[in-house]
Ligand binder design. Sequence first.
Ligand SMILES: Nc1ncnc2c1ncn2[C@@H]1O[C@H](COP(=O)(O)OP(=O)(O)OP(=O)(O)O)[C@@H](O)[C@H]1O
Length: 252
Amino acid sequence: MSEPILEVKDVGCSKAPGQPIFEHVNFAVNDKDIIVLQGKSGSGKTTLLKCLAHLNLYEGQILYRGKPPQSYGIPIFRTRVLYVPQRPSLLPGTPRDFLNTISGFSSRSTKSGWFSKSHEHDSEHHGNGVSTTAIDLNGPIEVSKEWGIEEELWDRNWSELSGGEGQRIALATGVGLGNAEILLLDEPTSALDAGSSEMVEKYILNEVKNKGGALKAVVWITHSADQGKRVGDRFLRVTAGGIHEERGLEEA
Ligand SMILES: Nc1ncnc2c1ncn2[C@@H]1O[C@H](COP(=O)(O)OP(=O)(O)OP(=O)(O)O)[C@@H](O)[C@H]1O
């Protein structure tokens, strides 16, 4: 088997000192994996996804293609291992603002040779001296149109979109920019009707399994057993003591 894309080594996260949510989490994300993340409500599924995207403090080690996120620069890393929030309505500004922000990071990674160079000090300060150029923003907009989203919605504030519109736009951003290698999906279709949900699922599955594009794997939180069965080929359960691979989807 080829090298894992992401390795999670003895990762733990706490609410406060001495109050762990989970500890000793170990697993790897491989090419073409669609991993369904299970666990009781409050077990730490969202927290774990945020750790994977370096959006939460954690103990232990996360390696992306063999190197820690810092070596790529955290903003760039986050465009490659992209967390798609459950409630994008909480984001500031409009979807187009969000797209412009992350496409700026994405284009820097392209120009600077993402896989070949180390940016030890490229952090939140965007200070690695690599210039930013606009990249094609049409990808996400075109994907969202396929999912029934008119372009004008990209210029509305997130807070003024319906839950389902916001979710489809956030997902279309992740899929359509063409830079994410791993999407971390946090109940991505919880606000969609069954038909829209299955359309989005099929699109993402096809991208991972058949397209041979940038998107290589997905870690997917869902509370729907039916959806888990439709999309998943690996099933991991989060508990306070760690993470366990299961043969199939079990009741939480
Ligand atoms: N910012 C925070 N500060 C303190 N505690 C937090 C914070 N975020 C989450 N928690 C706590 O961490 C635990 C795990 O929360 P998390 O949202 O990761 O669980 P979950 O498995 O995704 O839950 P659900 O299935 O209900 O969405 C919960 O006890 C939650 O209250």
